[in-house]
Design a protein around this ligand. Structure first.
Ligand code: HEC
Length: 155
């Protein structure tokens, strides 16, 4: 009996260590998270915040501050923030230009507002940020691709 519980403890410990060391993967980043019946509305919703340099910098400050996004998505947007490393599926990698190509701003906004069920991405409007702040952050998240070499190449 003692032997068995020792084995059990060892297995539990290994699973725990494994979860931290082997970071999880993203769940298909090219598949939209917006339910079918709301998808066309979401796609048509335009970002009311202009994508100026000044607004992108505001987005960065919100991403790394009040919005707490960096905790999971990482300061460089790679989805590898300290809290993100233990999440399964892992947070979106915003440096992936293929992901940005597949999504309209309104679809990103939908997820920030409603969350993505069954993942660490919970609804953050109005819990952490306002709607306008979310649109501002979206402009910054786009910049992770747009300012990368890959993003410049496909412009
Ligand atoms: C607790 C961790 C956590 C925090 C904090 C967090 N996210 Fe996420 N986020 C995730 C995870 C996990 C996913 C992947 C969800 C999925 O695969 O469906 C995700 C996905 C996303 C997506 C992708 C939606 C899509 O269409 O695929 C966007 C956009 C996003 N987050 C924006 C934000 C913004 C903006 C903030 C800050 C205001 C933020 N997140 C804070 C964990 C987090």
């Amino acid at each position: 009996m003692r032997k068995l519980s020792g084995l059990f403890a060892l297995l539990t410990a290994l699973t725990f260590v494994g979860a931290i060391v082997v970071s999880a993967e993203e769940r298909d980043p090219l598949q939209t998270r917006v339910p079918k019946d709301q998808l066309s509305d979401a796609k048509q919703t335009k970002n009311p915040v202009a994508k100026t340099k000044e607004n992108i910098l505001k987005g960065k400050a919100l991403f790394e501050g009040k919005g707490t996004c960096f905790n999971c998505h990482g300061k460089e947007g790679k989805g590898d923030g300290p809290a993100g490393q233990i999440l399964n599926p892992s947070p979106r990698n915003f440096t992936n230009c293929k992901f940005h190509k597949k999504r309209k701003d309104g679809e990103l906004f939908w997820v920030i507002k409603n969350g993505s069920p069954g993942t660490g991405m919970v609804s953050l409007i109005p819990a952490a940020i306002t709607e306008e702040e979310a649109w501002t952050i979206i402009n910054y998240e786009r910049a992770f691709c747009e300012e990368s070499e890959e993003g410049k190449a496909i412009k």
